[in-house]
Design a protein around this ligand. Structure first.
Ligand code: SAM
Length: 336
C-alpha cells in the first residue's frame, strides 16, 4: 500500500510523534530559560495510546515514524515504546531525533529494540559555545552519543545544525569538514520563526544559499545521491565519507513534497508545522475501542492539510501575517 493521498496529490506516509514536551536542555533559540509550562502527565499520550494511533495509521498505509519531543530520551522507558512500534505491521522506518546527551547510554538498546536511525541536533562544535546555546549542555556527551549511535548501527547518523546570524554561523565550515572523514549526514536547517522566547528575527536567519556558498569556498561540492528520505538537498566534497544537506523551509519551500503529519505529546494531530490547525485524537483514543474513529480523524487531518505555507525570511513576513514574534510557539511544544 502506498499510503493515503491528499487533495494536492501528495502521498502522506510519514508521522512525526512527540512523546514529551519536556527537555533536559534549554536551547536559547528554542525555549525560554525557565522552560515552558509542561503538559500534565495525565494529558500526555501513554505508550499504549501512541501504539494504537500508529497501528491505525499503519492500517491506512503510513510507513514511516519519527520519534521526537521535547527530548524523547527523557521519557521513561522509551526503549519499550520503540520495541512496541517496531513490531507494528507496515512500519518500515522508525527513527528518532535527539539532542544526543543521553544517547551513549541508550544507543545499543534502542537499536536492539528496532530503531533504525537517529538525527542528532548539534549547533556548535565548541564546548563553551555549546554550553551557552543549550544553557548548560556538555558537548562531550553528544560526541560520545554520536560514536555510540554509529557503533550500534543507527546509521546514517544525521547531524542537524541551525545556523543563526552572529551566534554560530562561523562554524558551518567546520561542520561541513567533518564529513571528509566521518560518514555523517550533516544538515543545515534554516532558522524558522518558532521560539516562544523572542529569539527569532529575519536578520538572524542565514539562508541556505549563503551557507552553501561559504562551504564551497572550502572545496567543490557535487550533488550527492542518498536514499531520498526528506526535504534535504544533498552534496558532498570529492572523496568524502559523508554528505552535506540543506533544508530550506524559508528560502525554498518543499510543501509540494510534504508527506508528513505531526502528533503532539498531548495527542493533537497537526497537518502542517506552520499552521495552528490540529485535530484532537485523544477523545477517540481514550473514549472508544474502535480504531476506525482514529482512522477517520487521521483522514480528516489529511483532508485539511494545506497546500503550503507562506513563510519567508524577509522583514515583511511579520507584518504580512500580523504576528507578534513573541507569540510564536516553541518547536518543543509542537514536536520538532
Ligand atoms: N530534543 C530533540 C532534539 O534536540 O533534537 C528533539 C526536539 S528539537 C525541538 C528538534 C529540532 O528542532 C532540533 O534539531 C532543533 O534544532 C530544531 N529547532 C528548534 N527550534 C527551531 C527553529 N526555530 N528553527 C529551526 N529548527 C529549530
Amino acid at each position: 500500500m502506498e499510503g493515503p493521498v491528499d487533495r494536492f496529490q501528495r502521498t502522506i506516509n510519514y508521522m512525526r510523534i512527540s512523546v514529551t514536551d519536556r527537555c533536559n536542555l534549554r536551547c536559547i533559540y528554542c525555549m525560554p530559560d525557565t522552560g515552558t509550562i509542561p503538559i500534565p502527565h495525565s494529558e500526555t499520550l501513554r505508550y499504549e495510546e501512541i501504539v494504537r494511533i500508529v497501528r491505525a495509521a499503519a492500517g491506512m498505509g503510513l510507513r514511516k515514524i519519527r520519534i521526537t519531543g521535547g527530548e524523547p530520551l527523557v521519557r521513561k522507558n522509551i526503549t519499550h515504546l520503540i520495541r512496541l512500534l517496531s513490531a507494528i505491521e507496515g512500519i518500515e522506518d522508525l527513527s528518532l531525533t535527539t539532542n544526543g546527551i543521553f544517547l551513549a547510554e541508550y544507543a545499543e538498546e534502542l537499536a536492539e529494540a528496532g530503531l533504525r536511525r537517529v538525527n542528532i541536533s548539534l549547533d556548535s562544535l565548541k564546548p563553551d559555545r555549546y554550553r551557552e546555546i543549550t544553557r548548560g549542555g556538555d558537548i562531550e556527551r553528544v560526541f560520545k552519543g554520536i560514536e555510540a549511535a554509529q557503533k550500534a548501527g543507527l546509521v546514517p547518523v544525521k547531524i542537524n545544525m541551525v545556523p543563526i546570524r552572529n551566534l554560530n554561523e562561523d562554524e558551518v565550515g567546520d561542520f561541513a569538514l567533518m564529513t571528509l572523514s566521518d560518514p555523517l549526514q550533516v544538515r543545515f536547517i534554516e532558522f524558522m520563526p518558532f521560539s516562544g522566547c523572542g529569539a527569532w528575527s529575519p536578520e538572524r536567519v542565514v539562508p541556505a544559499e549563503e551557507i552553501q556558498k561559504s562551504i564551497e569556498r572550502l572545496g567543490v561540492l557535487r550533488p550527492a545521491k542518498t536514499k531520498k528520505s526528506g526535504p534535504a538537498r544533498y552534496f558532498a566534497f570529492e572523496g568524502a565519507a559523508g554528505v552535506i544537506g540543506f533544508i530550506t523551509p524559508l528560502s525554498n519551500h518543499f510543501c509540494s513534497e510534504c508527506n508528513r503529519l505531526r502528533l503532539t505529546a498531548a495527542g493533537k494531530l497537526r497537518p502542517c508545522l506552520f499552521s495552528d490547525t490540529e485535530i484532537d485524537l485523544k477523545p477517540a483514543v481514550r473514549g472508544c475501542d474502535d480504531d476506525t474513529e482514529i482512522q477517520r480523524l487521521i483522514s480528516l487531518a489529511i483532508a485539511v492539510k494545506p497546500e503550503g505555507h507562506n513563510m519567508e525570511f524577509r522583514e515583511t513576513w511579520l507584518g504580512k501575517n500580523r504576528l507578534n514574534k513573541d507569540s510564536f510557539k516553541s518547536m518543543s511544544k509542537i514536536g520538532g
